[in-house]
Write a protein that binds this ligand. Sequence first.
Ligand code: C5P
Length: 288
Amino acid sequence: MTAAETEPAPAKVNLFLHVTGRRADGYHLLDSLAVFGPAADTLEAAPARSLTLSVEGPFGAALADEADNLVLRAARALAGAAGDPPPGAALRLVKRLPVASGIGGGSADAAAALRLLDRLWGLGSGPDRLARLAATLGADVPVCVRSGPARMGGVGGDLSPAPALPECGLLLANPGAALATPAVFRARTGAFSAPAALPERWPDAAAMARDLGRLGNDLEAPAIALCPPVGEALAALRALPGCLLARMSGSGATCFGLFADAAAARRAAALLPSAWWNAAGGLYGGGA
Ligand code: C5P
């Protein structure tokens, strides 16, 4: 391999998220359905002697001061397992997803680094080994390695199959706010939720929205308390023509609207406040 290779790091969207308990180490037990799309960072890797990372793109500046980017931690973890001397790579991350925003961001980038460098270095680790490495990097990294619809259990890394998903569209909206995940989990109060009962398949987006509407994101209320613009984003999405369901993803502040198809999501995007970040389209790697 001589030329640079590129790997997408698509946004992770939690269609519902139940907090079902808390471990002795403070991590929370979750039940969630993750899908991917409709926006992505991209990671590029070219052969090099040592490991380097440059960050650019609309949200690149937000990572400029980060001494230990999760991409480099992922690369080092994989290089450490690759032998001595550890292989190198010149990495270039184009950051198009808002940071600290509940849609995977850093976890998606770290997962893309594992997939890309495993290829570049010819390691052939296989999904199980990559998933184990991913779990050491963060609770969301294993599902991001898969980058396709999956049910998340445990603290996020116990993956099982998602119901068969229909064609649908997603509109992501971020009102320009960043939320720290630990703070949102700490602000959650009250009883834990039960795990959800999901069908094996949904015939269409409306049926999926009806079932998902009976579930929730248990981090939504604490996120709104910490960051009221999340509530404004939800209200704006809910009011859009064709929006079947509006909900926050992960620990926020990004919210999503579910639509019948990608075209409906794109039409609705034009009606959101122009100061907000948004992205619209279909699901990545799944959906009929
Ligand atoms: O695993 P990750 O580094 O992404 O998690 C960030 C923080 O979010 C954790 O330190 C913890 O405070 C919180 N968290 C949690 N339960 C989870 C996932 C994350 O409490 N299942």
